[in-house]
Design a protein around this ligand. Structure first.
Ligand code: 3H9
Length: 640
């Protein structure tokens, strides 16, 4: 084997097969220089008479996780799409597909979006069982933009292809092979050699079929239309107020009806139109915001193997299930034998429910159940690595519990309260509390909700904070680091939402109208399930947009106040929290992003107006919002 390393693409040759291996850690995203380099290497391999066939693969256990979303973000914000005549992914795919030498994709790990599209343009695909293949562009408000809507249906049929795209579902290696997306399954050690063998075989045979030329799987137009209609119906709620699902179906059907060339044009036009939309900008913002949340410079995490949980009410049971699902040993303490028995029944029932929903196997449920210990005595927690209390919301009860835990636990063991209202400082105020104490505010139902507020204050041990954050990540939830304040973050910023709802109802706005306006905006449900209009003769005459603004601008205001006080480290943390805990529509980017898009000066001016008109402090803009609005106004103003 001979070899040399180039920026972004490693090149080697194995018995007449040129192997091009993408190296752009951590996920081999298709950044522009990588695409250019890949194109040049492809050209050079195709021109090299000592090379008979090609293999494209990825370094570091990942094939390619798609187009570079940073670049997409810049384009979505207005940067010109092509700044030079440099080759794009579409050029790479076209070159591959029409090459006079066969090319095989060797896939381990993620092959997503543009990464899978590149593999689809190859003439064969070999993957490992742990390969994860998908076209998740719709999650970003887009559709596949490098031929995916045309090649995938031709390889696996319109029904399976539409289902994969509309649900952003990833296929594992074995499923991908069953559907015809992979030609051969190989283990990671023999992946490259198996791909090279397949490439040599195709070269020796002298013929291969390109995905776009396949006509055996795609089916006829009436069937594709019927399938598309029922699948669109199934995802209607998921894409409320958005256009990517319809656009995806349109591109697929255009290809079925008029051929791949026309379908590809419909795909490209729709991709570019969606890329310029506010919804896509918002969803890309959320993609990065979700990855940034909880970031802070904290000590290295200690290993956590066992967790004690005090209190197995609804919240405690949900938390227990989350911990067990993450492979932790869990000791649950309840006050008496009857409660212990009932809690065990419910927790085991929830574990079985996961099996029924296909999220785990019976064996996994049995293993997890074997990691559950029940006790009526706090002493059972003497050797655990972390303790969470989920007893009823009673200050004295919780204070007594933490004093007791101080006697039992090793001094360094973090202890967290799940209280939604009681701040850590209040819980420590017994004079006898010892050990690192903080808050872990889960949302209900705890086993399903993704967000956990990790509440700290100046007395919180940074090591305990690091461990708490790691525990939240371990249970596959999102930790937002919140500096303790009344209401913490989410309840605090959404308090004005309820207040504004009551305010409008008091001034004669029909609760049903409020609900409809907020539902249409994208909230999961309206806020005013309770309450009735007062029949006020001087009822406010508001448009639906006004109603939304009256409810959400006060949220934006409170969020700015909290950010100004340092309750969270970044505005994007607020966006992620509102989306995950409150169902704020992700395609609006969260309250901070949404307000910024609409213009902060406009938000501040409206709030000032309403505060005066209604003499209602609820609407008075805070200093932090006014400052942010003034910065936004001066950066938008044309310079002299
Ligand atoms: C597309 O392909 C369009 C085409 O159809 C058409 C083109 C013409 N780009 O999530 P993680 C970063 S659209 C840039 O924490 P995990 C990520 O920000 C794209 N960066 O790891 C993070 O950075 P940091 C279609 C990316 O193991 C780091 O990598 N593809 C990209 O939990 C680690 O990520 C997708 O939508 C990217 N494409 O999950 C897939 N991907 O460390 C998007 C990741 O600075 N990616 N990064 O925070 C994912 O879903 C997950 O990252 C993945 C790994 C499942 C791959």
């Amino acid at each position: 084997m001979s070899g040399s390393e180039r920026a972004g693409v490693k090149v080697s040759t194995r018995r007449e097969v040129r192997v091009l291996s993408l190296a752009n850690p951590p996920v081999n995203a298709l950044a522009a220089p990588v695409v250019e380099e890949l194109y040049r290497e492809l050209e050079s391999a195709l021109a090299d008479t000592s090379v008979n066939a090609l293999v494209v693969t990825g370094e570091g256990g990942v094939f390619i996780a798609g187009a570079d979303i940073n670049r997409l973000q810049r384009i979505a914000r207005g940067e010109a799409l092509a700044t030079s005549s440099a080759p794009t992914l579409l050029d790479v795919n076209a070159l591959l597909e029409s090459a006079a030498k066969p090319c095989v994709a060797a896939i381990d790990g993620f092959a997503l979006g543009g990464g899978l599209e590149l593999a689809l343009a190859c003439h064969g695909r070999v993957g490992t069982p742990r390969a994860r293949l998908g076209l998740p562009e719709l999650r970003l408000g887009l559709i596949p933009g490098a031929g995916g809507t045309q090649r995938l249906p031709r390889l696996i049929g319109a029904e399976a292809a539409l289902e994969m795209m509309l649900t952003s579902r990833e296929l594992r290696g074995a499923d991908a092979q069953r559907l015809g997306l992979l030609d051969v399954l190989a283990d990671a050690e023999s992946l490259l050699e198996t791909a090279c063998d397949l490439a040599r075989k195709l070269a020796a045979r002298g013929q291969w079929v390109t995905s776009l030329k396949r006509g055996d799987r795609i089916g006829d137009l009436p069937t594709a239309r019927a399938v598309a209609e029922s699948q669109l119906e199934a995802v209607r709620a998921r894409y409320r107020n958005q256009h990517q699902a319809d656009a995806c179906v349109r591109a697929v059907l255009a290809g079925v009806e008029h051929g791949a060339k026309h379908g590809a044009k419909v795909e490209r036009d729709a991709f570019l139109e969606l890329l310029a939309s506010t919804e896509t900008r918002a969803l890309i913002h959320v993609f990065f915001a979700e990855r940034a949340v909880g970031r802070a410079d904290l000590p290295k995490t200690r290993e956590l193997r066992s967790v004690g949980l005090v209190g197995a009410g609804t919240m405690g049971r949900g938390i227990a299930v989350s911990l067990l699902n993450a492979g932790l040993r869990v000791t649950v303490v309840e006050s008496d034998a009857e409660r212990v028995a009932s809690a065990r029944d419910v927790i085991e029932g929830l574990l079985l429910h996961e099996v029924e929903r296909g999220r785990s196997t019976r064996e996994q449920a049995a293993e997890r159940s074997a990691c559950l210990r029940m006790a009526t005595d706090l002493e059972a927690l003497a050797s655990v690595d972390f303790v969470i209390e989920a007893v009823p919301e009673d200050l004295e009860l919780k204070r007594r519990l933490f004093v007791e835990l101080g006697r039992i636990l090793l001094a360094h063991v973090p202890r967290a309260s799940t209280s939604s209202t009681l701040e850590p400082a209040l819980l420590r105020q017994s004079g006898q509390t010892s050990g690192p104490l903080l808050g872990l505010h889960f949302f209900s139902p705890a086993q399903g909700m993704k967000l956990v507020e990790v509440i700290s204050d100046e007395a919180t041990d940074p090591q305990a904070l690091a461990d708490a954050r790691a525990l939240v990540k371990r249970v596959k939830k999102t930790p937002v680091l919140v500096r303790s304040c009344p209401g913490f973050l989410v309840n605090r910023i959404f308090m004005p939402y309820s207040q504004a709802t009551g305010f409008l109802i008091d001034r004669g706005v029909e609760p049903d109208r409020i609900d409809r306006a907020l539902f249409d905006f994208g909230m999961p449900k309206g806020p005013s399930r309770v309450g009735a209009p007062t029949g006020n003769a001087a009822a406010l005459d508001l448009s639906d947009d006004d109603i939304v603004a009256h409810l959400l601008y006060p949220v934006v205001n409170e969020a700015h106040r909290a950010l100004g006080e340092g309750v969270v480290g970044a505005a994007s943390d607020i966006d992620v929290s509102a989306i995950l805990a409150y169902g704020f529509p992700s395609y609006r980017g969260g309250p901070m992003f949404w307000a910024e898009q609409g213009g902060l000066p406009h938000v501040a001016t409206r709030l000032e107006e309403w505060a005066l008109r209604y003499s209602a402090p609820l609407f008075a803009p805070c200093e932090a919002l006014l400052a942010a609005a003034s910065t936004a106004a001066s950066s938008a103003a044309p310079s002299a």
